[in-house]
Design a binder for this molecule. Sequence first.
Ligand code: HEM
Length: 464
Amino acid sequence: MDKAVEYFEPAAPIPRNTPPSGLDVVRVTMRNPLELWGEPSYNEPVIQARFFGQHLTIANHPGLVRHVLVDNAARYGMQPVRQLVLKPILREGLLTAEGENWKRSRKAMAPVFTPRHARGFAQQMLAQSVAFADRLEEDASRASEINASALMTQLTYEVLAETLFSGGIARSDGDLGELIDNLLKTMGRVDPMDLIQAPRWIPRLLRLRGLKTLRGFRDMVSRTMDQRKAEIASGKQVPDDFLTLLLGLEGEAGLNRNEIEDNILTFIGAGHETTARALGWTLYCLAGSPHFRSLVEEEIDRVLATGADPVEWLDLMPHVRSAFEEAMRLYPPASNIGRAPLEDDSWTDENGKRYDLPAGEAVVVLPWVLHRHNLYWENPRQYRPERFLPGAREKIGRFQYLPFGAGPRICIGATFALQEAAIALATLLGRFRFDMTENTRPWPVQRLTVQPAGGLPMRISHRH
Ligand code: HEM
């Protein structure tokens, strides 16, 4: 690390010295779970506590993380509260499926997510990024203030719509991006009734409001599937996108029609908001780190001047990749990876201390906490992308940095997301500079992803 450089410490809650009490726990949990975690969470390898009457284990120790996510993964289910929120929306999609259904779906879908297919999407990613940058020209000429967070949502949505359906979603009314946002805001949230584990017959008001949107959305996906199937049946040349690839899996050993629909919804839910948040936080962190941003800009200019294929950009631009990976360390889009043992389990640390992990009770890996943990990171609250440059990156332990999770349920879209990020960042930062203004005061809040409350107002201008 360079001693002469003043490193940026981006916005984050200061860890609590005392735990919140009584009603405050409910209030903070509903408002922003990131504000719950106290000093011990960032200093201890394992925390065990009672939370809303439940036994909760926070796994920071690499051995325990590995035990839960990798070595004993088959003996763990998804954390019940997460399933309560997501399962009504995503049903048997890969993110929420469990047991044999998950096994069969993951196996069937593996060929769709090979690096070869991700590479096949590079040109579409580039075309969408360039078209998007073209639309920002005017704002950049006027050095306008834009909401970088909302813009990144738009960009990743456009990339996904193109790679999923080649843009051909059967849209009857309204904007699909808006529909998804609505869905996530209403259904994709922990309802206070879930938190206190109220019986299922008590209505979850937040979720009821989202049901109508969900039905409309499913109809739209279903019509798009029918349309494509008819095109395939008539022998028409169809695009080689996710939709065609998924429809090709329909049948005995693959997926049934409902599962294909569930997975399309899952890719939209899991793949667009996550990448958008990571991109937005990267722009913000780079704006606070002029020294590293210059290195990123030089690298992009150098690589683009060679005319290299966008498929190669991720490998050819280690500074771009490090900027993105370090932003995901500080702001992991998925900040909670929750499990529960199917049967009573235990784990013993290197000093012989045994931790009981009762059946059905939560064991959570919190990338937000783990990525800022004082035992594993130097100056954890500072943005130092140098940690991820070749030569330094190899020293980062496999189980201390988990933006995409680990083990059999590791993110299936990780290669896709990293490639998309490199192409989007190189396209945008090759042309524009994003700076903070007096309004750039983002506050990270955990919803389904870690998002900046109030958006990310930034000034966009031309670099050249
Ligand atoms: C920066 C972007 C992304 C991040 C940070 C991210 C993060 C994650 C994490 C942490 C998990 C594991 C969850 C768990 O173990 O409980 C996961 C799973 C998953 N992700 Fe991603 N993801 C990203 C992009 C994508 C994209 C682009 C897609 C699809 C196009 C995608 C599809 C999925 C699916 C289907 C799963 C479930 C896999 C399974 O359970 O077998 N993700 N993601």
